[in-house]
Structure formats: C-alpha cells, structure tokens
Write a protein that binds this ligand. Structure first.
Ligand code: AMP
Ligand code: ZN
Length: 137
C-alpha cells in the first residue's frame, strides 16, 4: 500500500528495529515507546485493522504477539505485558496498517491503562447484550 509507513518498513524502504520476521508477520520496536521494549507486531500484508483482516492472517499475527510478550518477560525481566490495539481513528488508531502494541510491564512502572468505570445499569446491559448478539448472527 502506497504511503503506508508500515508497508514501507515491510518492504525495507524505511528502517526499523526488527525483532522477528517470518513469511506473514513482522515485529519491531516502537519508535515512541511507552516503556522500554514496547513492540509492534504487524501482518506483512496491508490490512487496516481487525475489521478487514482475514481470520487466518490474524492467527499468524496473534501467535507472534504471544511470542514477543513472552520474550519481554524472559528477556527484559518484565513481570507481565499489555496487548493494545486500536480500530479506526475514533478509537485512537493513528497508523492505518493493523498492528498490536506489546508493552512490557513491571510493578509500579507508572504506565496507566485505565478507563473510568461506572456501575452498569442492568437494563442497559440487557439492551446492549441484545444488540451485540443480533449483530453476531
Ligand atoms: P496507533 O496509535 O495504535 O496507530 O499506534 C501507532 C504506533 O506506531 C505509535 O506507537 C508510533 O509510535 C508507532 N510508529 C509510527 N511510526 C513508526 C516507525 N517508523 N517505526 C516504529 N514505530 C512507529
Ligand atoms: Zn500498510
């Protein structure tokens, strides 16, 4: 895909700090890391996000997400990791080539991934449940 930075990285037209590569997937370090070791895992083919990626391709990507997270634990001494992924501009997606962020975590590292939880209203839960279940069919 023309004008896609991640496609350029896959094609070797832009530099990256590579961690892992196979026929389907590339993993590299984020250039604006939220934590040391913050990694990105992408399919080599251009998909915008989870909405358009075929399941088979996604399986290949998610396998490497796990591999990178485990390597952060074993290689960086992380105590855990977060996987973060955004779909569409309104959800905070900035680069429109599917990618998973894998962020190593340590106790008291100050990284926050918090939303503002509100006690659910049982009626709203039911209405929302019905809408989503209908869309799943
Ligand atoms: P998102 O907000 O989920 O679309 O995240 C895009 C991520 O890509 C950000 O964390 C950027 O720091 C990262 N990023 C953008 N350009 C590059 C690049 N050339 N190499 C590595 N990471 C990049
Ligand atoms: Zn792309």
């Amino acid at each position: 895909m023309k004008d896609c930075i991640f496609c350029k990285i896959v094609a070797g037209e832009m530099p990256s700090t590579k961690l892992f590569e196979n026929d389907h997937v590339l993993a590299f370090l984020d250039i604006y890391p939220g934590a040391q070791g913050h990694s990105l895992v992408i399919p080599k083919k251009h998909y915008v996000n989870l909405i358009d990626v075929p399941e088979k391709e996604l399986q290949e990507v998610i396998k490497i997400v796990k591999k990178i997270g485990v390597a952060q634990v074993n290689g960086l001494g992380a105590h855990g990791f977060n996987v973060h992924q955004s779909n569409n501009k309104e959800a905070g997606q900035v680069v429109f080539h599917l990618h998973f962020h894998v962020l190593p975590r340590k106790e008291n590292d100050g990284l926050g991934f918090r939303w503002n939880p509100q006690k659910a209203n049982p009626e709203e839960l039911k209405i929302t449940q019905e809408k989503i279940i209908k869309a799943l069919k």
